[in-house]
Design a protein around this ligand. Structure first.
Ligand code: FMN
Length: 203
């Protein structure tokens, strides 16, 4: 690999639960050889915008609040509109993760929203790439993707429990997402470099 894929995890966490998932996505991406930067989207500054603009892939993360991404994440998303207008993030890879206190809890709306945000920016969406765990009788809630999502990684934890008791299967699922984004970004970059090196395609 010539240069490691550069991945930014752009997330908001109210009380630390999404933070645990963000760190898990980071761990998975690091294990797959990526260069990872964490960007908390409720405290944006020039350096954070620059990190996002220079990324090869952006992974969005937010808790599900009232059936969608948290308000602070939406404020960040709306503030990307100038970048949207010039399609500044076009062809970056993207993915997302969320958590809710309810087992279902409308987390799918949040992941769907992240995919739409990525599509508006012309990004290439990376699915979770896992069959659902815990959907056949011999499977268990300790399996990867135990909640059965496809657009990204999702976790659930009762609202009164602290972030440090996050379910191990949800942590492993978030790590898997980070690893997958890193691997697919590396493949994408290698493909781009190979095409650019073809004499017939050279300017
Ligand atoms: C204002 C508010 C709205 C919430 N709405 C939902 C919801 O729609 N669905 C759900 O499953 N959990 C909901 N929750 C629970 C949070 O998603 C959950 O506690 C999550 O782990 C919080 O993550 P954080 O600590 O990163 O903010 C809500 C929590 C708050 C504070």
């Amino acid at each position: 690999m010539e240069k490691p894929p550069v991945i930014v995890i752009a997330y908001h966490s109210g009380r630390g639960h999404t933070e645990v998932l963000a760190q898990s996505v980071r761990a998975g991406a690091l294990a797959a050889g990526a260069d990872v930067t964490m960007v908390t989207v409720d405290t944006m500054d020039d350096a954070k915008w620059e990190a996002l603009d220079n990324a090869d892939a952006i992974v969005f993360g937010a808790p599900t609040y009232m059936g969608s991404a948290s308000g602070k994440f939406h404020t960040f998303a709306e503030s990307t509109n100038k970048r949207w207008a010039r399609q500044a993030w076009k062809d970056k890879l993207g993915s997302g993760f969320t958590i809710g206190a309810c087992k279902a809890g409308d987390k799918d709306s949040t992941l769907g929203y992240f995919a739409t945000l990525g599509a508006q920016h012309g990004m290439i969406w990376v699915s979770l790439g896992l069959l659902p765990g815990w959907h056949l009788s011999h499977e268990s809630e300790n399996d990867l993707n135990r909640l059965g999502y496809f657009n990204g990684a999702a976790a659930t934890l009762p609202g009164d429990l602290p972030p440090d008791v996050m379910h191990k299967a949800d942590i492993a699922t978030a790590e898997h997402l980070g690893e997958r984004v890193a691997q697919l970004t590396a493949i994408h970059l290698a493909g781009r470099a190979a095409l650019a090196a073809e004499p017939s395609r050279a300017e």
